[in-house]
Structures are given as C-alpha cells and as structure tokens.
Design a protein around this ligand. Structure first.
Ligand SMILES: C[S@@+](CC[C@H](N)C(=O)[O-])C[C@H]1O[C@@H](n2cnc3c(N)ncnc32)[C@H](O)[C@@H]1O
Length: 284
C-alpha cells in the first residue's frame, strides 16, 4: 500500500516537475515546497535569530536557507539522500548562509530534536504520525512544528493556512495546506493560588490533551464557570465568572507555566471596576 502510494506520488511528481523525483526504495520522495509555501511555513513558525531550526527531509535545502536568510535562524537540514545534501550545501553557499545553514545525511527518525525551537517538514501522513511521539518527548514547550500538506493525526493544529496553487500536482492537487503546532507545557492536575482580595484560596483542576484543556475552578470552595480555557506553548489563559463573597466577578487569568509554577495576572472586573492582581499558582 505504502509503496503503491510512493510509486503513484513519484509518477505524478516526476511528470509535474523537472525538480521532482523519487527514490526506488520506497522512502518519502523528493518534491519541493513551492516558494510561496516556504514563505508561509516560516511566517507561521516565526524563527528568531539564534533559534535552532531543523527541516526533516530537507531536499534542496530551501527551508533552512530561507530561514537563515530572512530570520537569521541557525538551521540543520537532514536528508537520507547524499546527493540532495550536497545540492543543499551548494545552495547554502551560493546564498551566502553556509555559516548558519548546515546539512547532514541522516535518517530523520534518528535526528535528535532536544533543544530545537522549530521543526519543519514536508513528509507523508504516516511519517508524521510516527514522528509525533518524538516531538512530544524531545521538544520543549513553546517549540513550533510546521508541516506542509499533512497534519499530525490526533494532535489538533494551532493554526492552518491554505494556499491555492493551481500548478501543484502532488498531494492535495491545486492547493497546499500549512499546519502549525506549538508544543504545550504540561498543565495537567491541580494548581492552587492565593488571591486574598478575591475570596482567598483558588483551586484549578486541569485536564489536558495536547494543547486542549478543560479547567474546573473553585474560589474558596465555590465552583466557578470557566470559559475559553486554552494553552499555547507555555501560556495558559482562562476566563472565569462567578460569585465570590456574595458579589459577581469576571476574572481573566493569563499566565506562563515554567518550572512547575504559573506566573501571570488576573484581570478582575466586578461590573464597575477593573483591576489587575498577580496570579501565582503552584502545585499543592
Ligand atoms: C517532499 S521532500 C521535502 C523537501 C523539502 N523539505 C521541501 O519542503 O522542499 C521530502 C524529503 O525527505 C527525504 N527523506 C525521505 N525519507 C527520509 C528519511 N528517512 N530520512 C531523511 N530524509 C528522508 C527525501 O529524500 C526528500 O528530500
């Protein structure tokens, strides 16, 4: 099934573009991401100068080279095919970014992703799925993953851009989809925070699946209504409505999870006045 898919993709790719071909051993074929797609991939990933980017299956090196040229990101492209690695190295040199953009012959399933800030990929759906556990295991909260055309199965994306590309003859024909995931911090379990001006001790019980959270919040033992709870990387936010000490409040909690603590603020409105209190939560 897999090799039939590769063969079909190879056939279509080879027919569609002089820059496309596949290897006959059944691995993901080389098909380039069009320039407009590379631009959007990097726009979603927002690599910062000094950050580390890895393109898994780097082909002619275009993503790593563009990230170095436009964002000053330090990038590594890995590809199983030595001829492509040579091509990418030459392209990086011609672009004047060989100090930032390096390329290695490597099986992408063996690439160490610890400390990597941005992962880019244009692979096949089943390859993405095989990589998912490695992403969760090795990447830090806040790291971004961007994929051309294929998603990460059960992990809902944080953002998606769809581009119409009439000339595109591989994968979804005539269009490209570009997905972004931000690795979430671990928010699962109970958190407590003291808010003396707001009923005393607050308790937050968080259920989490990827970046999707469901929060049960209580102020001084009273259940509150929680809306819009969400995470993005290390950031957590939730809006809470309820009665505290006989008075109705709306509270917007926003914080950052790091080293087992939440540090942020609580914007409190009682209908008349708005004030901002520090929100410091920890594990009980
Ligand atoms: C669809 S191309 C993407 C090229 C480039 N990232 C882009 O978006 O233009 C996929 C690349 O993955 C490489 N590849 C396939 N299997 C691989 C593996 N196990 N390890 C490393 N590279 C692999 C192929 O040689 C090919 O260059």
């Amino acid at each position: 099934m897999r090799s039939a898919f590769f063969s079909l993709l190879f056939f279509v790719a080879a027919a569609a573009s002089a820059q496309s071909w596949a290897w006959d051993d059944g691995t993901t074929p080389f098909v380039v991401s069009p320039d407009a797609v590379v631009e959007r991939m990097l726009y979603l990933a927002q690599p910062k100068a000094g950050e580390r980017l890895v393109d898994l299956g780097s082909g002619d090196g275009r993503i790593v080279i563009e990230a170095a040229k436009r964002f000053g990101a330090r990038g590594l492209g890995v590809d199983i095919e030595p001829r492509l690695v040579e091509l990418a190295r030459g392209n990086a040199k011609r672009a004047g970014v060989e100090a930032l953009a390096s390329f290695e012959v490597q099986d992408l399933f063996k690439t160490d992703l610890h400390g990597v800030n941005v992962v880019t990929m244009y692979l096949l759906p089943e390859v993405n799925l095989q990589l998912l556990p490695r992403f969760l295991d090795q990447l830090k909260p806040g790291a971004r993953i961007v994929s051309h055309d294929y998603d990460l199965g059960p992990w809902p994306f944080d953002e998606m851009i769809e581009l119409a590309l009439a000339e595109k003859m591989v994968g979804p024909l005539g269009r490209s989809r570009i997905f972004l995931w931000v690795v979430p911090a671990d928010a699962r379990g109970r958190w407590v925070a003291d808010l003396p001006e707001l009923g005393g001790r607050w308790q937050f019980d968080v259920a989490q699946k990827f970046q999707v959270i469901d929060v049960d919040a209580r102020a001084g033992g009273t259940a509150m209504v929680v809306r819009g709870a969400r995470m993005r990387g290390e950031e957590i936010r939730l809006a809470v409505t309820g009665m505290v000490g006989g008075k109705g409040y709306n509270v917007l909690f926003r914080g950052k999870i790091a080293e087992g603590r939440i540090e942020g603020d609580a914007r409190v409105s009682d209908g008349d006045q708005m004030r901002t209190l520090p929100w410091r939560a920890s594990r009980p």
